[in-house]
Design a protein around this ligand. Structure first.
Ligand code: HEM
Ligand code: NAG
Ligand code: NAG
Length: 341
């Protein structure tokens, strides 16, 4: 049974990898061919996008990310999460970087996002080398990939050509999952991004590094589901450990309790041992729609790495702005460009 399931998944992720690499949708219906539907935006992204206009763009981004992470390892997790929060709202358009009153970045849900200075630093360097050429959304996408590698995770090719959006609304950022949702809400949220249940489980694997503030899971320690008791799913030793680590709401706890700085499958193994930190993490293991994927990822590191890569490519393709009259190449990632006469 298990081998059947893993074989099916093997085929599934190859389909994902292939379609992700080609940037096409797996199913082209007769109807869409007859009506000559425009190609999906993500198919207009390309691996060689900056080859002539800024050939060293990826190298510049990589060296900067490396230098920052060497100084402060926690930035690896921060950059991966920042990319997720960008793509989850209005697609990967760098709308999370805009710094205005009531922008996504100023939302309550964005309060603990970090890594903005890294992106600003990369952007400044790229503006010196290739002015007005490389978008903030492409920078953030590549930086998240590089951060993954530097944390010991897999490599994948990032297709480029995203442009930056001009719209950012705080209220939209508040709808990004916060850690207390049920699995139905998570699946629905990912579906509205064009991501499926397998993507949800694989991408949640990003919680193999990084930390969460205690207020994001405090209810599990004292008053779960308004029962005034801890989450029955938390075993006493883990419960006591977390209570000791959480003196204040903003204290930070590792999302992966066993190997917090290594990009590995320990996150999934932890879920099997009921050592998941967030309600949403542990829920992936108890819900029958996601638990078999959790088990597969826990036991097959290669599968997790391949699927994480494929799902990150999909995440990076969400809602991208690529056509002539949409979006812009921002000069400063914090602000939209002034309209030119
Ligand atoms: C499935 C839905 C998800 C939920 C409910 C969720 C929730 C959270 C929460 C509550 C935190 C802690 C934030 C804080 O302390 O304020 C966090 C951190 C983090 N999340 Fe997620 N997340 C989800 C999906 C993702 C995805 C798809 C990625 C990336 C692919 C990701 C990457 C991260 C990383 C790397 C951190 C650690 C950040 C750091 O240490 O600075 N998360 N997440
Ligand atoms: C899941 O959460 C949604 C709201 O986020 C709620 O409407 C729904 O009833 C919940 N489902 C279950 C099974 O608890
Ligand atoms: C929370 O409480 C409600 C009502 O008491 C119950 O139906 C639900 O199953 C509980 N949820 C969890 C995750 O324990």
């Amino acid at each position: 049974m298990a081998s059947m399931a893993s074989f099916a998944l093997f085929l599934l992720f190859h389909l994902h990898m292939v379609t992700a690499a080609l940037g096409v949708q797996p199913v082209i219906t007769a109807a869409s061919m007859v009506s000559r539907a425009p190609p999906p935006p993500a198919s207009l992204l390309s691996h060689s996008f900056y080859r002539r206009t800024c050939p060293d763009a990826e190298g510049i981004i990589h060296r900067k990310v490396q230098a920052w992470i060497n100084k402060d390892f926690t930035l690896a997790a921060a950059l991966i999460r920042l990319h997720f929060h960008d793509c989850a709202v209005r697609g990967c358009d760098a709308s999370i970087l805009l710094n205005y009153r009531r922008s996504e970045r100023r939302a309550l849900a964005s309060k603990t996002l970090r890594g903005f200075r890294v992106i600003d630093d990369i952007k400044a360097e790229l503006e010196r080398k290739c002015p007005r050429t490389v978008s903030c959304s492409d920078i953030l996408t590549a930086a998240a990939r590089d951060a993954t590698i530097l944390a010991g995770g897999p490599f994948w090719e990032v297709p480029f050509g995203r442009k930056d959006g001009r719209i950012t609304i705080a209220a939209e950022a508040e709808r990004v999952p916060q850690g207390r949702e049920n699995v139905t809400a998570l699946i629905d949220y990912f579906r509205h991004l064009g991501l499926d249940v397998l993507d949800l489980v694989a991408l949640s694997g990003a919680h193999t590094i990084g930390r969460a503030a205690c207020h994001t899971f405090n209810d599990r320690l004292y008053n779960f589901n308004r029962t005034r008791k801890p989450d029955p799913n938390l075993k006493p030793p883990f419960l006591n450990l977390l209570r000791r680590q959480c003196k204040k709401d903003m204290d930070l706890v590792f999302l992966d309790a066993t190997t917090p700085k290594m990009f590995d499958t320990a996150y999934f193994k932890n879920l099997q041992k009921k050592l998941g930190l967030l309600t949403t993490d542990q829920a992936l293991q108890s819900d029958e729609r996601t638990s078999s994927f959790v088990d597969l990822m826990a036991n097959q590191p290669f599968l997790f790495e391949s699927q994480f890569s494929a799902s990150m490519v999909k995440l990076g393709n969400v809602g991208v702005l690529v056509r002539k009259n949409e979006g812009e190449i921002r000069v400063n990632c914090n602000f939209i460009n002034r309209r030119r006469k």
